[in-house]
Design a protein around this ligand. Sequence first.
Ligand SMILES: Nc1ncnc2c1ncn2[C@@H]1O[C@H](COP(=O)(O)OP(=O)(O)OP(=O)(O)O)[C@@H](O)[C@H]1O
Ligand SMILES: CCCCCCCCCCCCC/C=C/[C@@H](O)[C@H](CO)NC(=O)CCCCC
Ligand SMILES: [Ca+2]
Length: 460
Amino acid sequence: PSSPLYPVTPSRPPSTVSYVERARQHRWRCSDVTFHCSDGALRQQWIQTIREQLTALTSRPKHLLVYINPYGGKQQGECIYEQKVAPLFACASISTDVIVTEHANHARDHLKTEAELKKYDGVVCVGGDGMFSEIVHGLVSRTQRDNGVDQNSPEEKLVPCSLRIGIIPAGSTDCICYATVGINDPVTSALHVIVGDSQPMDVCSVHHNNTFLRYSISLLGYGFYGDVLADSERKRWMGPARYDFSGFKTFLTHHHYEGAVSFLPATDILGTPRDKTRCRAGPNLCFCSIPEYEVGWGVVRGKFLAINAASMSCACPRSPMGLSPAAHLADGTTDLILVRKCSRFNFLRHLLRHTSKDDQFDMTFVEVHRVRRFRFTPRHCQNDSELDLRENGKQLFSQICRDHPACSCSPAYSSWNCDGEILPHAAIEVGVHCQLIKLFARGIEEQPLFEDLANPPCAL
Ligand SMILES: Nc1ncnc2c1ncn2[C@@H]1O[C@H](COP(=O)(O)OP(=O)(O)OP(=O)(O)O)[C@@H](O)[C@H]1O
Ligand SMILES: CCCCCCCCCCCCC/C=C/[C@@H](O)[C@H](CO)NC(=O)CCCCC
Ligand SMILES: [Ca+2]
């Protein structure tokens, strides 16, 4: 209960209870109901009882560490937090320590080395997928260091993080928020934090030659999505529109890349990437299964326009069903999508299906596998001098292309897009760590037929 908004008469002050109300399209809103009571003692008793009941809910956070990226998305992070989120946290008696980041990796390094994590019940990130990725890197690295786990070993079992993470969407894609809540709305996300929701999530580790490179939570994409990102990073000034511009440009360049993808299929699970069912809140197929028997690795060689690994659906406003609509948030697998070289027209058909309900995998040049681990080796990469080769290769190709402007040759290498960050190596090894982190979310709720009966309101 909050304090009275205003007294009706001094002797009979009203008491206001704030609660969560569901609106359309997974949006949550904060509403108030005001009670009047002529008996002051009875009124006090009610307030006391409601306070006690709320304090007893141990899943609700009381102290939060908040990081704001002032430069994410449309650069509205600070304003969104101050105007929409901070008043709700105050109303729910949540105390906060707020850090507005001063440079990239500020939040990651603070979490990794300095932050006094014992003081907090969770970490809140105001920004996009890149900012969320910083928080995950900080928390996961800190947890492994505190537990003596070596991140450089690809086979190592990582220790799950105990603090939950809340995402207040203020970025350009915000696919992790969209795919775990169902909408990119700061108020809805703040309310999920306040009611203490918990959604476990898989995290992929990415290694090169037994050296840890990065973690990925949403998309690992080589070819098309790597090239879109590399081009769009030079156009950050355009804001979220940079992805549309670079997406169109990359589509026109139509480069393909040659290499071998080997993968360990997840055969002992119930779901497949072609399921019509979706990962939704409540009881579902989204749990960690323990492999019962060894299966062999599969290998696919060829020329690819795109190699994508989606550990979750990657649904976002651009693609409301996502890159892999049936992927699960927390089942210990990633959906490996291989798009072979095809005509521009067919690739366009494939891309456009991401924006409709049509099946983007139902095309002869696309295959999809649900896997626990995978490796990619570009064709021209035979040894450790890959990076040198890469640089020489780039110079060689740009020289050839300058000499023959009309040639349609593809460069030997693309880059990996790892949750919106470019990786420095093309040859990588990836493993999924089931439920390594937890979010203040509950997964996307099915829209109930009788909203009020199925989803009783929840007091702040
Ligand atoms: N103070 C800062 N100055 C410059 N860069 C920052 C700062 N704080 C964080 N960053 C970096 O900004 C990058 C982009 O941030 P963010 O993810 O919030 O927005 P976005 O890229 O627009 O959205 P999305 O990732 O959803 O596409 C991140 O990689 C993050 O490391
Ligand atoms: C010519 C028609 C084009 C139609 C294409 C529609 C396909 C859209 C699928 C979108 C999938 C987004 C996956 C999320 C990736 C994020 O980790 C990353 C960081 O925020 N965003 C991008 O790389 C941004 C990637 C943006 C790609 C356009
Ligand atoms: Ca998964």
